[in-house]
Design a protein around this ligand. Structure first.
Ligand SMILES: [Zn+2]
Length: 278
């Protein structure tokens, strides 16, 4: 590139930055539980902030950068700002317009002791839920091998309860389903959908035998109701490696794998497409 071309590019870049610092860059419609990739131009690596947290950024080519943002299953419908910053200065603002997810309502009936809890059990359930929801913090500084998943955790499955389903347990309305239930026979091998580290293994009151794999960059997979867990905390996991088997431990009406994905604390759809926003 000649000096003139470089100067022109620098001017365009400077002008572009000045414009975008004032103007709104773009608006995108997203649905609760989506993961969306946004691109921007910047002369150096920017930071991206949305939904009260920072999001990973990777270099594309020629001064372009991509960030992935998770929209929590319970994100407030409406407008949410995405801020791109360089050295603390606002570079660009995008807006995500969050829409409510259209979901089905599932009614399940479980034994009384699995739907009504004494204070101690309730405290345990809440503590376990909190521990699981925080497992993404492990290996946060490690880069994820990929954004999105390279394979499914089961070779064969049927989706028995989709992500976001509204559940009525013994006639009482519960929180939306923060994962996808994949029905498969007892003992079916569960494999890691991407590489990572074992962030957590626990035997939960509702979740049964549970394992969390942190994939890096604040992305984590949680598998529940396992029959067996084959790995120990801190172990490294390769994509496709066996991590346990399908069971029905905890509160489960039949053998299935609950797969939840947590991205920087946001509960997102494991089957999300991770595509650039349009
Ligand atoms: Zn589930």
């Amino acid at each position: 590139m000649g000096a003139a071309a470089r100067l022109k590019q620098a001017l365009c870049l400077a002008f572009g930055l000045a414009l975008s610092a004032q103007a709104l860059a773009a608006e995108y419609r997203v649905v609760q539980g989506d993961v969306v990739a946004l691109d921007a131009e910047s002369k150096a690596k920017p930071t991206v902030h949305a939904f009260g947290t920072d999001w990973p950024v990777r270099a594309l080519e020629r001064g372009r950068w991509r960030s992935w943002i998770g929209v929590d299953i319970a994100a407030r419908p409406g407008r949410h700002e995405v801020q791109w910053r360089l050295s603390g200065k606002l570079l660009r603002r995008d807006v995500l317009i969050v829409q409510q997810r259209k979901v089905r309502v599932s009614r399940i009936t479980v034994p009384r002791q699995m739907a009504r809890f004494d204070a101690a059990t309730l405290a345990r359930i809440r503590r376990e839920a909190q521990t699981i929801r925080n497992c993404w913090r492990k290996a946060l500084s490690q880069p994820a091998a990929s954004f999105g998943f390279v394979r499914m955790p089961l070779a064969h499955y049927r989706v028995s309860t989709p992500f976001g389903a509204r559940r009525i347990v013994n006639g009482q309305r519960r929180a939306p389903h923060a994962g996808v239930d994949l029905a498969a026979p007892l003992g079916t091998p569960v494999i890691a959908p991407a590489a990572g580290w074992v962030a957590l293994v626990l035997d939960g009151y509702l979740t049964g035998k549970t394992i969390c794999i942190a994939h890096g960059d604040g992305l984590a997979s949680v598998f529940m109701h396992l029959k067996r867990v084959d790995l120990a905390p801190e172990e490294r996991v390769r994509a496709g490696e066996r991590i346990g088997t399908v069971g029905q431990s905890g509160r489960a009406t039949g053998p299935h794998l609950h797969w939840g994905v947590i991205f920087r604390g946001k509960r997102v759809d494991p089957l999300a497409r991770w595509n650039p926003a349009r």
